[in-house]
Design a protein around this ligand. Structure first.
Ligand SMILES: Nc1nc2c(ncn2[C@@H]2O[C@H](COP(=O)(O)OP(=O)(O)O)[C@@H](O)[C@H]2O)c(=O)[nH]1
Ligand SMILES: [Mg+2]
Length: 244
């Protein structure tokens, strides 16, 4: 029996691609989710968890997008059920694109999660929400430069008014279908840490990581987050895969 029922399982039936919404709490995730899906949504709990799961659909350029609203999290350290749901879906749910919601008025704090997700996958669109608030505060954000520095598309929005939502749909579509291939720049850690990562990566060569980069697994192990190993075991067993 599978422990989780991934929304992506419905992909073959009705969705052309799956987009996951991730982000810190209060960045406007639900507002964007509503703006994207309107009334085409339903909620429940993540199987086996008392964490709310919302899914919805919309059509764009002849394709059906399934949107999964992940729990609001500050990191992917899996220290709470919410973080674990978000981490597991990002790592094992095979979304075609992850929209990372950020609050334009406090970008620095939000970039932590962006960088963590970019270490797992390149199929990312950063949504720079609350642009109206940032403008009201006289903040100037160089969106193109941010996209350049991160190596992924960045879409400015003011979701409660619908501003930027068409552009967001377009970016989601392009990344999900591989028309745009984001190339995030990897975070370089200190020399000592990089050496330790290299050593661990060598040791992980023989370990089946269920598609996860060995660099990412090595970093989590160095951080002391061993839950990643049990998660790999769980999902590998659930999918009936053999170690390679
Ligand atoms: N001014 C402004 N408020 C927003 C924007 N997006 C969302 N909000 C408001 O911010 C609050 C939190 O939004 P919500 O979607 O619940 O955030 P979540 O916790 O990330 O799901 C709500 O009161 C929204 O109406 C935006 O772009 N501009
Ligand atoms: Mg919400």
């Amino acid at each position: 029996m599978r422990q989780y029922c991934w929304p992506s399982e419905t992909r073959g039936i009705s969705a052309d691609y799956v987009a996951a919404l991730a982000g810190n709490p209060n960045t406007g995730k639900s507002t964007v989710f509503n703006a994207l899906t309107g009334l085409n949504q339903h909620t429940g709990n993540w199987p086996g968890k008392t964490v709310l799961q919302a899914q919805g659909y919309y059509r764009h350029r002849g394709k059906t997008a399934l949107v999964v609203d992940l729990p609001g999290t500050y990191s992917l350290s899996a220290r709470s059920p919410e973080e674990e749901v978000a981490r597991d879906f990002i790592c094992f749910g095979q979304p075609d694109v992850i929209v990372v919601m950020t609050d334009a008025t406090c970008l620095e704090r939000n970039l932590n999660l962006v960088l963590q997700i970019l270490e797992i996958t390149s199929k990312v669109v950063v949504c720079l929400n609350l642009m109206d608030e940032a403008e009201r505060k006289g903040m100037k954000l160089d969106v193109d430069r941010l996209a350049d520095e991160l190596g992924v598309p960045v879409v400015p929005t003011a979701a409660h008014t619908g501003r930027g939502i068409p552009q967001l749909k377009e970016s989601i579509h392009s990344v999900a279908l591989g028309e745009v291939l984001p190339q995030p720049k990897p975070v370089a850690y200190s020399r000592q840490l990089e050496e330790a990562v290299r050593e661990l990566e060598k040791g992980l060569q023989a370990v089946y990581t269920n598609g996860l980069s060995r660099r990412w697994v090595a970093l989590r192990l160095l951080e002391g987050d061993y839950s990643v190993i049990s998660a790999i075991r769980r999902y590998t067993a659930a999918e009936g895969k053999q170690g390679d």
